[in-house]
Structures are given as C-alpha cells and as structure tokens.
Design a protein around this ligand. Structure first.
Ligand SMILES: CC(C)(COP(=O)(O)OP(=O)(O)OC[C@H]1O[C@@H](n2cnc3c(N)ncnc32)[C@H](O)[C@@H]1OP(=O)(O)O)[C@@H](O)C(=O)NCCC(=O)NCCS
Length: 166
C-alpha cells in the first residue's frame, strides 16, 4: 500500500535516481545530450558512489518540506516545497496515473493550510500542466523560458492555486 511520509537524508540515493530518470525521460527531450547533463545538474551523477556527488545530490534535495510516496520500502514519488510553493514533483514513470502525484500534492496543500498559507505557486513543466489543471491550479502568466542548474531552454508554465479564502 502506498503511503506518504517525510523524506529523510537516507532516502537521498533512491530519490536522486528517481529524479534523474523521471526528469530525463519526461522533461528534457528538447535538449541535446550535452545540455541535458547541464539541466540535470548533480542528478546526472545519481548512480555515482563518489561522496562529493552524493553530497551534492543530498544538498539539492533539501527544502522546507520534502515528502516521499513509498510502497513496500520502494520510493515511487517525491515532492519538494515550502508553505507557499511546489519546488519539484516527480513520480516514477512506471507508476504514472495511479494517483501518486495527487496524493503528494494533497499532502503539501494540507500542510500549507496548517501553516496558514492560502496561495500555492509553482513553475510547471509543460508535461505536467494537465496534471496541475486537474489538481485545480490555474495558469498565472504565459509560458516562460527558464533554466535548471547550469542548463537553459527549459520552458515552464507559472501556475497557482488558492487553497483557502482568508
Ligand atoms: C506530473 C506527474 C507528477 C503526475 O503524477 P501522477 O502520479 O502520474 O499523477 P496522478 O495519477 O495523481 O494524476 C492525477 C490526475 O491528473 C491528470 N493527469 C496526470 N497526468 C496526466 C497526463 N500525463 N496527461 C493528462 N492528464 C494527466 C489526470 O486527470 C489524473 O487523473 P486520472 O488518472 O484519474 O485521469 C508525473 O507525470 C511526473 O512525474 N511527470 C514527470 C515530471 C514532471 O513533469 N514533474 C512536474 C514538475 S513541476
């Protein structure tokens, strides 16, 4: 059974591999192989045993709120955020459309409400726009051009959701 729990640093290896694989497969198909590595930043080394690589990944994962979706000890999804923002969300490709992203977002929204935050913003990958629309998020501007680590050319859609009225 899938459960949502707080991330801990001992999850960094598994979460790093999940992000490297999911980000590379679903969000970076526009990029050349060289640019893709820059966009992946530390996650290009997700399978390295080098201590410096592992530390860089652990550092990149830190956020005020990090939740993982886990099934029988296996991490299938991760959400990083803070009380007013989704910073990143990834669900393992072979588990898409099983409600895991929805559960992670709902978990963050409940925590945001608990911390008296009423608006949640995010920069959606173009791939994830239908998902966020289904979750009640709305486009707040047009599509923008962004970057990721040292890489450029990543287009994103700013979105927001009012989770409660003041
Ligand atoms: C976006 C992402 C996190 C969604 O996770 P998920 O677990 O597959 O989403 P859910 O199963 O909870 O989807 C909930 C609803 O969102 C909508 N939805 C999700 N993925 C969709 C897609 N690819 N196309 C259209 N609608 C989609 C559907 O309405 C879905 O409900 P349904 O399956 O009952 O029709 C996942 O596709 C992912 O990891 N993508 C790659 C990384 C990425 O782009 N992350 C976003 C960074 S901002």
């Amino acid at each position: 059974m899938i459960s949502i729990r707080a991330y801990c640093e001992s999850d960094a290896g598994a979460v790093g591999r999940l992000i490297a694989d999911t980000y590379g497969a679903f969000n970076l198909d526009f990029a050349s192989p060289e640019e893709k590595l820059k966009l992946l930043g530390p996650f290009q080394h997700a399978r390295s045993t080098d201590e410096a690589h592992r530390a860089a990944i652990a550092g990149a994962l830190r956020a005020a709120m990090v939740f993982v979706a886990e099934d029988d000890g296996e991490i299938l999804g991760v959400l990083r955020g803070r009380k007013d923002r989704v910073q990143s969300l990834f669900v393992r490709g072979d588990h898409h459309r099983q409600g895991i992203g929805r559960r992670l977002i709902q978990h963050l929204e409940a925590e945001c409400l608990r911390q008296q935050s009423t608006v949640i913003r995010l920069a959606a990958t173009l791939y994830a726009v239908p998902f966020y629309l289904a979750m009640g998020y709305r486009r707040s501007t047009g599509i923008r051009n962004g970057w990721s680590f040292e890489g450029v050319g990543l287009r994103y859609q700013p979105m927001k959701k009012i989770v409660a009225d003041m």
